[in-house]
Design a protein around this ligand. Structure first.
Ligand SMILES: [Zn+2]
Ligand SMILES: [Zn+2]
Length: 350
């Protein structure tokens, strides 16, 4: 069926209204009328071919919240009218070791991204959530249990939320643990809220002195200006875990120095050029680790959504109309957003 969408026909073109096709729901498919879609930095990188391999037309969007409008004959657990979410992936091989464990994001055959992934559907690659409708296999659909009034602010949990929740859980953020969150943007502001709700002592690292008060409001116990050597020095050797959301290349030693013995610095931002090589002696002499983490699998994404619903956690958002997406991208590049743009998908095709 024909669906209104917003996307780009080429890397150097603005996003425009376009009509795309969605498959009729198969036996295991859930058809979703999209209400809101968050705007992630990955959308911008992909639509502008800043990462290799973008296929056009490109319809980005992987922070999707909407209502079920049809289900296939064999679907169990989803009914018409349910509030649901779709995140960064819509398929995987389903039988490798990672898929068997519900860690589909690490599928050895490669997960199928919600946009720019391989598919037999027209036009041969997946088209994302900057659209009014999507059809997804039930394995990759999530229940949303937040109140109706919060749904727009739930959308960013599907990427920014799970990208921070998964490593915080994996490395045991909780009571008695001192956790750092580096970079308080779309990802980092979710990391602060989630780590705080997990019961950790949360220290936020920012370069923006002006944000100090509002970062405390997000749930940070302490806010450190990472450009202030004395403030950084006060935390040397004290962290169990630091989650670093900054994608720009930077010297990681400033943060590994803040870890305790056996502490881990986890990176979730992919730099366009490599970070300067870390000081390995710092790692060896205190058995410290630098690690990475990629979004989360379907079971953990559901766990994250339920955790956030229980704790009343949503993203801080600014709602935009579809024709404002390019302007929103420009503002994101200036870090001029608190903290996530979300598209009102009702504004497409009108
Ligand atoms: Zn994303
Ligand atoms: Zn797999």
């Amino acid at each position: 069926m024909t669906t209104h969408a917003f996307g780009a026909h080429a890397a150097d073109q603005p996003l425009v209204a376009m009509a795309i096709q969605r498959r009729a729901p198969g036996p295991l498919d859930v058809q979703i009328d999209i209400a809101y879609c968050g705007v992630c930095h990955s959308d911008l990188h992909t639509v502008r071919s800043e990462w290799p391999g973008t296929l056009y037309p490109c319809v980005p969007g992987h922070e999707i919240v909407g209502h079920v409008s049809a289900v296939g004959d064999a679907v169990s657990g989803f009914n018409v009218g349910d509030v649901v979410g779709v995140g960064c992936l819509v398929d995987s091989c389903r039988h490798c070791a990672s898929c068997e464990e519900g860690l589909e994001q690490y599928c050895t055959s490669g997960m199928v991204g919600t946009y720019n992934g391989r598919t037999t559907d027209a036009p041969g690659h997946t088209l994302g959530g900057y659209s009014q409708r999507i059809v997804v296999d039930q394995r990759f659909v999530l229940h949303v249990r937040h109140p109706q009034a919060q749904l727009a602010a739930v959308a960013p949990l599907l990427c920014a939320g799970i990208t921070t929740y998964s490593p915080l859980r994996h490395w045991g953020a909780g009571p008695g643990k001192k956790v750092g969150i580096v970079g308080i943007g779309g990802l980092g502001h979710m990391g602060v809220k989630i780590a705080h709700a997990m019961g950790a002592h949360v220290v936020a690292f920012t370069t923006s002195e002006a944000k100090r008060h509002e970062i405390h409001q997000l749930g940070a116990d302490d806010v450190v200006n990472s450009r202030d050597a004395a403030q950084m020095q006060a935390h040397v050797g004290s962290f169990d875990f630091i989650l670093n959301t900054v994608a720009a290349p930077h010297v990681l030693d400033a943060y590994t120095a803040l870890l305790k013995r056996d502490g881990t610095l986890c990176l979730v931002g992919a730099p366009a050029a490599p970070h300067p090589s870390p000081n390995v002696a710092e790692l060896i002499f205190h058995r410290k680790a630098i690690a990475g983490s990629l979004i989360g699998g379907l079971p953990e994404t559901q766990e994250m959504l339920d955790f956030c619903a229980q704790h009343g956690i949503v993203a801080d958002i600014e709602m935009i109309a579809a024709h404002d997406i390019d302007a929103a991208y420009a503002r994101m590049l200036n870090s001029d957003v608190k903290y996530r743009f979300v598209i009102d998908c009702a504004t497409m095709g009108v």
